[in-house]
Design a protein around this ligand. Structure first.
Ligand code: GLN
Length: 489
């Protein structure tokens, strides 16, 4: 092994080659990661509860070849809302303090069956995944590795920042309205939200069940394909997971994208978007053209309704999903005296256990579902959701992919939008239609602003066409150097 090469900076695919050649052991990788985490995590704060849970190394030092499992020795880091048996999973909320799930999420079981080493210490996120900046965590904000004064995006900000800062080889996140893609774009890494139903949600603590999907944050597209091969597929424990064959996603990385038809929606290039982001994304689209794709302008006319529709449906679902956190079954329980001690206990537990944004979501969602308002808000929003889905169906009748910016701006400063929920919600404008339509989308690095902040290109495709996305993303990545850039920490 080249001793100067830091193992924590390599992709999972590169590490697998070294493990297969028996140049390194699993423990070498974990030591490199631990060293990096102790160096940079005090600044980045991507991991949570680091004081209480040590970063365990394996005792089986397994050199590959001794293990029959294909990925033995590769570690992965996990967002704090994906259940890992016997190991704190708190959604970065006080109300789940000390919660240790009695079972693994299906994605975790699948990873373990492939030999992947699950990091005990979890990654930071907005409480219950409510947010676009990771500022809503009960553990405090994560910092963007490219500019420590900026947010890493959210809600999977810990996942994106850890991968960008080489504190994780790769990571899992969840995406209900952009929570993988927007932080991937803010941190200059690759983030994929799979088709709704492609990956099991069993063991993902629910935010909005009709929108949630677990997905990947990786250093390149090849790792994304590898991780998707492991986590995808039908699961009898999740009735919304689809029983369709899982292709070998790595096979789709052919490098050839000649003749692929790509639509560029005019509604995604509007006044108010950052001028640098616009130029950088337009350059990326030109680059795709030089690689052989045929691009034309298309229209997704209902785009302007995506933010209001999403914030009605997502909060309605969240308010009912969060009803289970009552101090009885999980986590925090606050005692209350008096005549009605039980009601008092509920009130105190929920009042003190939930953060401000979570309470706002529960209130908004409960309002939208309440008698007399249901038809005006929830039902109407469902109808407009169908119109948004139909916009995509129309475009995908003629086009293989759609390309857009991932976010209208690069990473913003910590604190800048914290007091203004509406401006925070508006930063999701380009990502949430994808969840409403249930289609897959990726964000890949496509350039940097003058201040050195990464910009992401979003690529969308028909349901279950992750292969088309990966093929285009990989060809672009092969022709550019953006994914190789690393922050100077
Ligand atoms: N930013 C969006 C929200 O706050 C998306 C969150 C997510 O995808 N989990 O709801």
């Amino acid at each position: 092994m080249d001793r100067t090469e830091k193992l924590n900076t390599l992709t999972a695919n590169a590490l697998l080659d070294k493990l297969n050649q028996r140049e390194i052991s699993c423990d070498n990788i974990l030591s490199a990661l631990n060293e990096r985490i102790s160096q940079v995590d005090p600044k980045v704060k991507a991991y949570v509860r680091t004081g209480t849970v040590p970063f365990k190394t394996t005792d089986d030092l397994a050199l590959r070849g001794q293990s029959p499992l294909p990925l033995t020795g590769i570690p992965i880091s996990i967002k704090d809302n994906i259940c890992t048996e016997g190991n704190n999973t708190e959604c970065c909320s006080k109300i789940l303090e000390g919660f240790k799930p009695p079972y693994d999420a299906t994605v975790i079981s699948k990873l373990k069956k492939s030999g992947v080493h699950i990091f005990e210490t979890k990654l930071n996120m907005d409480e219950f995944a409510f947010g676009s900046s990771t500022e809503n965590s009960c553990f405090g904000a994560t910092h963007n590795p490219w500019d420590l004064e900026c947010v890493p995006g959210g809600s999977s900000g810990g996942s994106a920042a850890a991968v960008a800062a080489d504190e994780a080889i790769w990571a899992l996140g969840s995406d209900t309205g952009g929570s993988i893609r927007q932080p991937a774009s803010f941190c200059g890494v690759v983030g994929l939200k799979p088709t709704y139903g492609r990956v099991s949600r069993y063991g993902l603590i629910a935010f909005a069940s009709s929108l949630d999907q677990i997905g990947t944050l990786t250093k390149d597209v090849r790792d994304c394909a590898l991780l998707m091969n492991i986590i995808s597929g039908h699961d009898p424990y999740d009735s919304t997971s689809v029983d369709a064959p899982v292709p070998d996603y790595s096979q789709s990385l052919t490098g050839d994208i000649k003749g692929i038809k790509v639509g560029v929606p005019k509604e995604y290039f509007v006044k108010g978007m950052d001028a640098e982001v616009k130029t950088i994304v337009e350059e990326a689209i030109k680059k795709l053209e030089t690689l052989g794709v045929r691009q034309s302008q298309v229209s997704l006319p209902h785009t302007e309704y995506a933010v209001p529709v999403y914030y009605i449906l997502a909060t309605a679902e969240a308010s009912s999903n969060l009803a289970r956190f009552d101090g009885v079954q999980y986590g925090l329980r606050k005692k209350s005296g008096g005549d009605n001690a039980m009601i008092g206990m509920y009130k105190k537990t929920r009042g003190e256990g939930f953060g401000e944004e979570t309470k706002r979501r529960i209130l908004l969602g409960t309002f939208a579902l309440s008698h007399g308002y249901y038809d005006a808000y929830y039902l109407r929003a469902l109808k407009v959701r169908t119109l948004i889905k139909q916009d995509f169906d129309r475009v995908f009748a003629d086009f293989d992919c759609i390309v857009t910016p991932t976010s209208p701006t690069p990473a913003f400063k910590i604190g800048e939008r914290a007091q203004d929920p509406l401006s925070m919600y508006l930063s999701d404008i380009y990502t949430i239609s994808v969840n409403l339509a249930g289609i897959p989308a990726i964000s890949i690095p496509c350039g940097f602003t003058k201040k050195g902040l990464p910009v992401g290109l979003q690529i969308l495709a028909r349901p279950f066409s992750e292969e088309a996305i990966l093929r285009v993303a990989h060809a672009y990545e092969q022709a550019t150097e953006w994914h190789k850039m690393r922050p100077n920490l």
